[in-house]
Design a protein around this ligand. Structure first.
Ligand code: SF4
Length: 429
């Protein structure tokens, strides 16, 4: 099924699939630096050095919370005014900062130089800086670069750019090895362990994850690698893997019981896993997850939900809310829509669902106010003003920080949507 694609915003019309339209204008999203907050926890011996301004430093510091007692694994090399004015050689300064950092922190095995709006504006070539610095410190330390700039990007693209920068570093798989599965996208360790267990029980092996928890554990890759995306926002990473010969397994994303089952089933089909074995391995988890989800079906059924574009998780989340919790989708905004990676998800949305790619925040606010949804999923910047207007909101960034993928997390995910409604009920009681 192919979704209808329209030009500027159209009203959703009943049809075979969702109605996808595009709009542009002012956007309200975090920048790609935000990804550092979950990536630095995932890759345990990596360090993220943002090359940016004081604003970038404040964003990372406040978004990551205060790590007073821990040695943080991110920092900002601040581009000062004299750098911007061309009075100092920024590359020399950067070399000095990196040298000092590596002397002070011998535990760092992988250093990311993360570009920002200011480093892009002054056209600082961080890729070249990473190559130059790598020559001095490899093989002990690997230095890579990617951009987290907020110019025309949204916050989950930071992870995409980071993982795409890792792909050229992956070793070549030997020609005589058996096919291997690569799960792509940062997952909470607990979710990764659950999926690893299920794949083992299904007889799918070897399985590795990108990013790996340790810098030295980069998975080998080649034409026999089959990869499956665990996150929907990894367009560049998927392309980079395909350039290395790896083949993507198309699947919906592992959100909710249905998404998780179809995701696992897609991998199982690629390994010719027997249907009876698949059923026996997944049956107990599926049933337990369905029972746990049922607790939230009463309170979420028929509630109307409106998504502002933010995390790029909007389409799979909307599919989960409508199909497993019977919520009604007023509008599903998403900053970017990769129709190729998202095709199976779009097919699962109710006919006529309005999917809006891009953002014109004023128009969207008007539509949201007119629709008076029961729940608005949006970024932090919009949540407080909308709450003040009496709407009930859910911060979309929380859905990135919280483990939500897999069977065991399906009910927790439903609870994340039920909680703001419960809170609003208590406040109005
Ligand atoms: S990268 Fe750009 S958008 Fe992000 S904090 Fe720095 S200046 Fe702001």
């Amino acid at each position: 099924m192919t979704p209808a694609v329209t030009g500027p915003r159209n009203s959703p019309a009943p049809g075979d699939g969702p109605v996808v339209s595009y709009e542009s204008g002012q956007r309200e999203v975090f920048c790609g630096l935000t990804g550092i907050i979950w990536l630095h926890r995932k890759i345990q011996d990596a360090f993220f050095l943002v090359v940016g301004s004081r604003t970038c430093a404040h964003l990372i510091q406040s978004a990551a919370g205060v790590m007073i007692f821990a040695e943080p694994r991110f920092a900002t090399a601040i581009i000062e005014e004299r750098d911007l004015a061309g009075l100092a050689d920024v590359n020399d300064e950067l070399d000095r900062v990196v040298t000092r950092l590596l002397e002070r922190r011998p535990d760092i095995r992988l250093l990311f130089l993360v570009g920002s709006c200011p480093s892009e504006v002054i056209k600082l070539d961080l890729a070249r800086a990473a190559t130059r610095l790598s020559r001095r410190v490899s093989p002990e330390v690997r230095i890579l670069s990617y951009s987290g700039s907020g110019i025309e990007t949204t916050f989950t693209q930071g992870e995409d750019a980071c993982l795409a920068s890792l792909v050229p570093e992956l070793p070549d798989a030997a020609a005589d090895v058996p096919p291997a599965l690569l799960v792509v996208g940062a997952l909470a360790d607990v979710v990764e362990d659950q999926f690893g267990r299920l794949f083992r029980q299904l007889g799918i092996s070897p399985v590795s994850f990108l990013p790996a928890r340790r810098a030295a554990d980069l998975p080998a890759i080649g034409p026999k690698t089959r990869f499956i995306l665990a996150q929907p926002f990894l367009t560049d990473t998927a392309k980079a893997l395909e350039r290395r010969g790896a083949v993507r397994i198309p699947a919906p994303f592992p959100i909710g019981v249905e998404g998780t089952t179809q995701w696992l089933a897609a991998a199982a089909a690629a390994w010719n896993v027997d249907a009876a074995l698949f059923d026996s391995v997944t049956a107990i988890s599926r049933e337990r997850a369905r029972r746990a989800l049922a607790r939230y079906q009463g309170e979420l059924r028929d509630k109307r939900v409106f998504f502002f574009p933010d995390s790029q998780l909007e389409v799979p989340l909307a599919r989960f809310l409508s199909r497993e919790l019977a919520m009604r989708l007023v509008e599903v905004g998403t900053p970017y829509l990769n129709r190729h990676l998202m095709a199976l998800e779009l097919d699962l949305l109710p006919p006529g669902t309005a999917v809006i790619e891009g953002q014109h925040v004023d128009n969207q606010l008007d539509r949201c106010r007119a629709a008076k949804p029961d729940l608005v999923v949006c970024g932090l910047g919009l949540a407080n003003p909308l709450e003040a207007e009496g709407m009930t909101t859910k911060w979309s960034i929380e859905l990135i920080f919280t483990p939500i993928q897999g069977y065991e997390q399906a009910a927790d995910l439903a609870e994340l949507f039920a909680r703001p409604l419960q809170r609003r009920l208590k406040l109005s009681a």
